[in-house]
Design a protein around this ligand. Sequence first.
Ligand code: BG6
Length: 489
Amino acid sequence: MYWEELFCMETAPMPGAVVIFGATGDLAARKLFPALQSLHDRKLLNEDSVIIACGRRHYDDETFRSMLGCSADFARHICYCCGDNDSDDTYLQLKNMLSDADRRAADKNLPVFNHLFYLALGAEDMLAVCRKLALHGLLKENPASGSWIHTVFEKPFGCDLASARCLNDQLHNCMDERQIYRIDHYLGKETVQNILMLRFANLIFEPLWRAEYIDHVEITATETLGVERRGNYYDRAGALRDMFQNHMLQLLCLCAMEVPSSFDADDVCNEKVKLLRAIRPFDLNSLSSEIVRGQYISYRQEKDVAADSLTETFVAAKLYIDNWRWRNVPFYLRSGKALAHKKSEIAITFKSIPHSIFPDIAPGDLAGNVLVINIYPGEGISLTLQAKKPGPKLCIGRMRLDFDYSTLGKNSGDDAYERLLLDALSGDPALFIRNDFIEESWKLLTPVLEQWQLDPSDLEFYPVGAEGPEAAAKLIAPNFWRSLEPDEN
Ligand code: BG6
C-alpha cells in the first residue's frame, strides 16, 4: 500500500489531572481506563499526568489499581478518591488531591497543569456533580496560570428540545460553553475523521459533491445486538434519541456540510449547524413517508423493558437538505438493533451517465458509481466503477477500488475513546459537540417524537436478524437499501 506522510497535526500531550467520576462503572472499565493505558503505552499520556478515580466503593489506591489489572508503570499515575457524588466531603477531598497535584507540578516548574473532569455518569447525576464542582470552586479557571479546566460529558444531552435547552442553561450556570466537551464517540472513529480529509484535502470530489451528480446518499449504522443490559436507559430513549440525534446527524453533517473556512473547531461546527438548519422539517401530515420506526419482536421480553413498550429499536428516515448543493437529493438514514449484521457506512450513489455510446446498453443499464465510506466492519473507502472485462470481447462489468485502513498498519487497539481522550487532554474541542448543534438536532427531531407519542399505530415489529421492517424498504423505493452483508454491493 502506497503511503507518503505529508503532515501530522498531532499535538504533544499536556500535563494535567484527569478526574473520572463513575470510575468503578462500566464505561470506565470498558473504555476509559483501557484508552488511557493505551495512550500511556504510546507515550501520549504526559509523564506528569495524574488520574484521580472517583467512586463510592471503599478502595484504597492499591486495591483499585490491581482491580483495573493495568500495567504497573501506568498504575502509578492513578489514585482513588472514595466518596458519594452528593457529599461535600468528596469534593473537599478531591480539592485537596488536586491542590497537591498542582503543587507538585509547580515544584517541577511545569508551565501548565490542566484539570479534566470526565463524568462517566448517568444523565441524572451529571448536573448534580457539575453543581457541586462549581460550588467548591473546582471549575473556576485562573487565567494567570495559563492552565484550563474542562469537563467531558457523555450523552444523553436532553431528551427533546426543551430539556436540552434547560440542560445547556444549567451547565452554563456552572461553567462556560468553552469548558464543556460533549462526546459523540462516532467522531473519534478513524474513517469518520477521514471524511473531512477526503472531501477537503482532495480536489476531485468537490466538483461532483452536489445535486447535479449525486443521485442519493445512504447512511447506515446497524447492530446485531439487542439492548443487552441497558433496557432501563434504552426503553426511555429509543433509536431516534440513542443513535439519530447524535451519531447519524453527525455523519450526515460531515458528509453534506459546506467547506468550513478553516479546520478550527468553531468553523467546522458552524458549518454543521448551518447544515442542520437547512434540513427540511418532517411533514407531520405524511410522517410515515419520511420516517419509519420498528421494534424487534423479542424486545418487550428484554430485562428492564416495559411489557407493552412502544419504544422504537429501528428508525429509517428520508431527509432533504434545502440548499443549492443538495436540492432534491434524498438522504436515507437507517439505524437499528437486533438486525442481520453490524454495519456502519456512508454510501454516495452518483447519477448514471446521460447518454450511452455502447451498443445495446442504455444509460440506465450502467448503474451510477458508488463511493462508500466504510466505518464498520473494515474501515476504509471503496469506489465502484464500470470497466472492461479483459479479453477480446467487449464486455462491460462493475469493479471496485478498495482502500482498507488496516493496510496502513492501523493498530488494532485503536479506539474512538482513545482519540477523544487524547483530544480532551490536549484541549482540542474539534471532535466534540457544541450546544447549538444539540439544540438544532432536537429542533428537527422533537416534532417527530411528539407525533409518535400521539399516534403509535405505525410501529412495525420485525424479526431478530432481519434487515429491518418492511416500511423501511417502502420508504426508500424506488431505490433499495444496500445489503447489510459485510462485503456486498
Ligand atoms: C451508542 C448507543 O452511542 O452507540 C448504543 O448508545 C449503540 O446503543 C452504540 O450500541 C453503537 O456504537 P458502535 O460504535 O458500536 O457503532
